[in-house]
Design a protein around this ligand. Sequence first.
Ligand SMILES: NC(=O)c1ccc[n+]([C@@H]2O[C@H](COP(=O)([O-])OP(=O)(O)OC[C@H]3O[C@@H](n4cnc5c(N)ncnc54)[C@H](OP(=O)(O)O)[C@@H]3O)[C@@H](O)[C@H]2O)c1
Length: 496
Amino acid sequence: MTSIDKIVTIPEFYRGKTVFVTGGSGFIGKVLIEKLLRSCPDIGNIYILLRPKKNVSPKTRISTLTNTILFDSVKELHPENIDKLKYVEGDIRSINLGISQDDLEMLRTNIDIIIHIAATIRFTADLTDAALANIRGTRDICHLALSMERKPILMHVSTCYCHHDNNCIEEKMYAPHGDWRKIIEIAETMDRHTLNVMTCKMKGVKHNTYTFTKALAEQTVHDLCVGKIPTIIFRPSIVIGIYEDHIPGYFEGYSGQIGYLIGVLSGIMKCANIPADSTTETVPVDLISKGIINSIWMKGTDQSDEDVSIYNGTGRDLIEYDLHDLNKSLFNVFKETKTELNWYPTWALFDTYIFYYLYFLIFQLFPSLIGDCLISLKKHRPYLVRLQRTLFGFTNLLDYFVKNTWDIQNTKFLNSVANASVHNDDFTVKKPNIDVNIEEKMLLDHVHFILVHYLNKKLTGKPTNLIKLWILWIVWRMIEMSVLVFGVYLVYSIFN
Ligand SMILES: NC(=O)c1ccc[n+]([C@@H]2O[C@H](COP(=O)([O-])OP(=O)(O)OC[C@H]3O[C@@H](n4cnc5c(N)ncnc54)[C@H](OP(=O)(O)O)[C@@H]3O)[C@@H](O)[C@H]2O)c1
């Protein structure tokens, strides 16, 4: 290995390098691209694989991609860098990624680094779709990488949870649960409905088609690229919003922990079935973008001499944030929230399914029913019960992952984001000061971001009125108690 003092800094390493990113229009992809354009100002062009979506062409999509507050800093600091963002039309579900011959040639000549993030992330996707996007798409990325003139570094973004069948998930390769070549062949040739019937048997111990195909995608990368080009597999845990980069709390989408928080703050979610002894592994998205950037730099500067470098990107032992923290910290955080609260957003956690179910029926479904009646009276289309049904399905899908606990090892990841830097402060994450309650800080940032950007609320600039908060809290508890007393009375009168 090279001595750390002689190694070029991260911005120097990326200077003039041309990068090809798939999944650049998604949450992780956008945060990563923004970081590259902002903190590595001399980077070369960044090509993003983009498909047409909802009748919007890639050309239009690329011009709207940077029109979010996320890119404001780049526009201010390095406005010329926005033009470095280019698109290549394609779709990971299509053979050869659906890229035209001309674009393939251009990529083969110019690319130094490939970051493959795109994937079908729906847990309920048909095996046909998941296999073609996640396994065949990854195979075609590998073929493209191997055909490139500059022997690029290949970074494949996977997920820790594709190895959920191991209690302890280490930063190493795992034996495959299937033959990726055969699965591609089956997905290409077998009728979708027949394959749906066989999916349960084929995925074996894997919980769903997402984890099954993501695990096989890792194997694909391993079998095709290791020993031929510098290869990295990077596995995030559950990704939450920005922790300390320029917009703390920034988030996109409705998945994972933040999906719960949006549900709680909007009032449509009031309970969950999460046992007290379960823990969820999360990681702020800025740690992920730094981890990806840093590990590529480490690979490219010979600081990592493994055949395939594997990182488990989880915040454990650095920045931890569990669903139970959300519950514990709500009151303290609402004290600091700079907005007018007209009701107390609450979240009850239950160990036992039956109590959760009862609470769900009374405090989520029933009020939604009443709400829908009122909406109908105003001659609008009711949507609240439909929303509750979707939410119920969504939480059931996550059930397995929030109720189980894994020991996810992340020493190499922590090393890449916390210790790897020499003159690279912009890319490291320091362990927070023990006097700072990091869960509450992160929750407050997320709450503010969601209130403004998801729920269209204005921040008042002053913390919530504490007396009002207490009154709202007491009112809510009284409603809960009254329903409980009424329920007990009802049961008593039925049986007597
Ligand atoms: N978010 C998490 O908590 C988490 C945790 C662990 C691992 N990961 C991994 O991180 C990656 C991205 O996650 P994310 O949260 O950023 O997801 P996301 O916001 O849903 O983004 C998915 C990206 O993949 C692209 N994509 C999907 N299907 C495609 C197709 N057929 N052709 C071309 N592009 C396609 C999407 O493009 P469009 O804009 O065209 O849809 C989008 O850019 C995935 O590989 C996932 O397995 C995420």
